[in-house]
Ligand binder design. Structure first.
Ligand code: TXA
Ligand code: MG
Length: 320
């Protein structure tokens, strides 16, 4: 058990708020994955996120706020369709990329003139963000709470395994149980005439179209472009192989109706796509815990969250 780990009682929210105000880092649960948070207005604190994650400084962070009102603090020139998305899907698994206000420093946006903003739908995250804003804070910058390039954590234990060696006195990990959605938020670029999906997630193209009445653009390919580079990402140590027959001794993740052969190590057998998303990252972590060389995944077909699952799997299969 890590010295940083804290159960989410009311005193923990107070401690975590104080940690943020004092420039510390707080890992907290959201409905998607765990985030590693810092006061988004504190340059030194935000710099520590990058060093703890081992993340390049030009990769922008998402600012988490307690409510839609926070969008006005961090953004300007927000288009009507973005307001409509915020009304319909916040709190929820959706990040809006908007033109930044003066509040959003280069140290949060990676030097871009836009900023990512999200209101997460999780009682612990919202409790923390509300307490932080009551204490005078404006927002919490938080990437997923994993080392750069690794699988995002969906449990507090996974956060401890990823970052426990890199945290310092005064930092905290709030344990809010396993995350409900399991894959990261849908990222929507709202700087053009129509919404553009940069990263698929639980808020789908159909939902965005339904909310805005606009045709939705989807970024080229499946990867997000950050500072001109395409990443492979979300990778366990084990080699991820897609849509092949697993051999004895290999890990296997597939829908429950797909059987596994003799000697195959079945890591997960979800019966719905929502469940697939929820357990995917912990199943990939289990492959590493069991020291497996290879994990075969049968990609789920169809639309909805299956698109986000395939996006993450294709990047995981490209390795580190
Ligand atoms: O579900 C989530 O979004 C989680 C939870 C913790 O909220 N956060 C998360 O953060 O996945 P992170 O940093 O691991 O991934 C955010 C992605 C990065 O690839 C980053 O490049 C992109 O969002 N991003 C952030 N701000 C951006 C901006 N202004 N323009 C383009 N992309 C941006
Ligand atoms: Mg991440």
């Amino acid at each position: 058990m890590s010295q940083f780990l804290s159960k989410c009682d009311t005193s923990a929210i107070g401690d975590a708020t104080a940690a943020l105000i004092n420039g510390g880092l707080v890992a907290f649960p959201t409905e998607t994955v765990y985030g590693l948070g810092a006061d988004a207005c504190n340059e030194m604190a935000v710099a520590r996120i990058y060093s703890v994650k081992g993340r390049p400084a030009d990769h922008p962070l998402i600012v988490h706020v307690a409510s839609m009102e926070g969008l006005g603090d961090w953004a300007h020139d927000v288009p009507g369709y973005a307001i409509s998305l915020a009304r319909d899907f916040w709190p929820g698994p959706m990040t809006l990329i908007v033109k930044r206000s003066g509040l959003a420093g280069d140290f949060v946006t990676g030097g871009q003139n836009t900023v990512g903003v999200r209101v997460p739908n999780h009682p612990v995250a919202l409790g923390l963000l509300e307490a932080f804003e009551l204490a005078g804070g404006k927002g919490v910058a938080a990437p997923s709470a994993n080392r750069f390039g690794n699988v995002s954590p969906t449990t507090a234990r996974a956060v401890t395994d990823e970052l426990g060696d890199f945290l310092e006195d005064g930092d905290l990990i709030l344990d809010g149980g396993p995350c409900d959605v399991g894959v990261e938020s849908t990222i929507i670029d709202c700087t053009g005439d129509a919404p553009k999906i940069l990263r698929p997630g639980a808020i789908t193209e159909e939902m965005i179209k339904g909310s805005t009445g606009l045709d939705v653009l989807v970024a080229n390919g499946v990867a997000i472009r950050v500072s001109g580079s395409l990443e492979s990402h979300y990778s366990p140590l084990a080699k991820v192989v897609l849509d092949q027959s697993p051999l004895a001794g290999q890990g296997f993740i597939a829908m429950a109706d797909i059987a596994s052969g003799a000697g195959v190590i079945r890591l997960a057998a979800p019966s719905t796509h929502d469940e697939f998303a929820r357990i995917l990252y912990s199943a990939l972590r289990a492959a590493d815990e069991q020291g497996l060389n290879t994990v075969v995944v049968a990609q789920p077909a169809g639309n909805g969250i299956a698109i986000a699952i395939r996006d993450r799997l294709q990047r995981a299969s490209r390795g580190h």
